[in-house]
Design a protein around this ligand. Structure first.
Ligand SMILES: C=C(O[C@H]1C=CC=C(C(=O)O)[C@@H]1O)C(=O)O
Length: 478
């Protein structure tokens, strides 16, 4: 098997760090510049220079009917271990193994991740007769919500299987040894128990009440999105595929993702870039099923709720305003529509644009993401004040929850969702309790847009409804 490309990088200040991990998760921190190589010690490369000791070799080929990798659902191809996924309605990408990996943190994490990926792709040897978005070299990405704390990860798998427009293909990156990995049977996680995370539901209610009080004062924020977490412990080791299968079965229209231990099914698309086309689906404003109310009644109530319309307008506008400068054309409807999911209904705005290439190069997906993240669907209005208030009132580390998550290819295409309706796997198999068995530990997250007339009790209930997809997947509902 090809040695994974080992990224060793550090960028000057404590405020802005890129740690370096190889794919066997040996962390290498270096006080020197941006360098890459396999198993080279830190400091072997001069500051500011990115090198790889060996270029990536990516080979794609079409899969044909009769090949199990063509005929079986994408998620069923994943072997055990750390799964990579971006699947919607049965199509998308799954990946495994690790040919290269980057961890970054800090305010310029997007720019540095972008530079790393561009350099890897420029030097890569690519054989790609498939020629579709997602064929050729691919990195799965999961970016931290905040500048501090939290790390972001880019993982280049050794094997990717993709499906788009009815075409199935496989890409091997490296020597393709992992191509032969046979899926082991998926293991259920056993009993699931829940406990408070870093911010309990009671603490969350207080945080929302405090935010509402401050927002009602003169000069207060227009909107802030506050979240809390829930700790889940499983009696058996956690097989991420169990979660992925159940999420995809219950939420087929969402993007079922897994990147570096962050797993979920998001209904919200931050940005999709296909050539010069960009697309986004902004969500904000929520209602959840109540007894005696039909879906049509709930949808009508949501559309006519001034509070939800305000919440939504801030989010849709934040995306459109920040995306517009990169586009020669951008269409954002004036009126939201209703998106219906099993657990909730949302107000949704689909935005479409055409990237301008005035200087001969349209902005990359990661650059675009840096410009639009966080939208007011997960941050607030105005953004910087809201992000400060989130940090103050939540008092927890969101990690990569609510950050961009998805994939990028070597031709500039990719999809980044907003990492909501998800959990961070803290330990796939944590040391066991009294029984001596080893179970897993996950942090589930859910947040709600808070405006000056929000009711804290209702926001707690809304967050509970948003936690359901992962809870039910964990408990085996499909
Ligand atoms: C922040 C979350 O949801 C966002 C997306 C849709 C609707 C939202 C809302 O109505 O508050 C949130 O803005 C979450 O699920 O954790």
């Amino acid at each position: 098997m090809l040695d994974p490309v080992t990224e060793s990088a550090a960028f000057g200040t404590a405020a802005s760090l890129a740690t370096v991990t190889d794919c066997k998760c040996r962390a290498l921190a270096t006080p020197h510049g941006f360098g890459v190589g396999h198993h080279f010690g830190p400091g072997a490369y001069p500051p500011g220079v990115a090198t790889t000791s060996r270029p990536l070799v990516a080979r794609s080929r079409r899969l044909e009917p009769g090949d199990p990798r063509h005929d079986r659902p994408l998620l069923e191809l994943l072997p055990g271990g750390s799964a990579l996924s971006w699947v919607r309605d049965g199509a998308g990408l799954v990946g495994w193994g690790c040919a290269a990996r980057l961890e970054v943190s800090g305010p310029d994490r997007f720019e540095r991740a972008d530079a790393w990926w561009q350099q890897l792709c420029e030097r890569a040897e690519v054989v790609d007769p498939v020629g579709l978005p997602g064929s050729g070299p691919v990195a799965f990405a999961s970016m931290a919500f905040a500048d501090h704390p939290g790390h972001s990860a880019l993982v280049v798998p050794e094997v990717v299987v993709g499906e788009r427009d009815g075409v199935r293909w496989i890409t091997t990156i490296g020597d393709g040894a992992a191509e032969a990995d046979e899926p082991e049977p998926v293991r259920p996680p056993g009993f699931v128990s829940y406990g408070d995370g870093q911010l309990s539901a009671t603490g969350y209610r207080q945080a929302v009440a405090e935010a509402v009080g401050r927002m009602q004062e003169p000069g207060g924020l227009a909107k802030v999105v506050l979240a809390h977490d829930l700790l889940a412990t499983t009696s058996e080791p956690l097989d991420m595929r169990f979660l992925l299968h159940n999420l995809a079965a219950r939420y087929p229209s969402c993007w079922t993702f897994a990147v570096d231990g962050l797993v979920g099914a998001t209904p919200e698309l931050l940005l999709e870039r296909t050539g010069y086309e960009v697309r986004s689906r902004v969500l904000a404003g929520t209602i959840w099923p109540r007894e005696g109310h039909s879906t049509e009644q709930l949808a009508a109530e949501l559309l006519s709720s001034e509070k939800n319309r305000h919440e939504h307008a801030y989010a849709a506008e934040s995306l459109a305003v920040r995306l517009r400068p990169f586009c020669s054309d951008l269409v954002a409807p004036d009126e939201p529509e209703v998106l219906q999911l099993r657990n909730v209904l949302h107000l949704a705005t689909n935005v479409e644009g055409k990237l301008s290439d005035a200087d001969g190069r349209a902005a990359t997906l990661l650059r675009l993401a840096a410009a639009v993240h966080p939208t007011a669907a997960v941050g607030g209005t105005p953004t910087e004040d809201a992000v400060r208030l989130i940090s103050e009132l939540e008092g927890m580390d969101r990690g990569r929850y609510a950050g961009p998550v998805g994939w990028l290819d070597g031709s500039g295409n990719g999809e980044l969702g907003v990492a909501i309706r998800c959990a961070q796997v803290e330990d796939a198999a944590a040391p066991g309790g009294e029984t001596g068995r080893s179970g897993g530990k996950l942090r589930l997250f859910a947040g709600c847009g808070i405006v000056p007339d929000s009711d804290p009790d209702l926001e707690v209930a809304e967050a509970e409804a948003k936690l359901l997809p992962v809870r039910e997947a964990l408990e085996g509902l499909h």
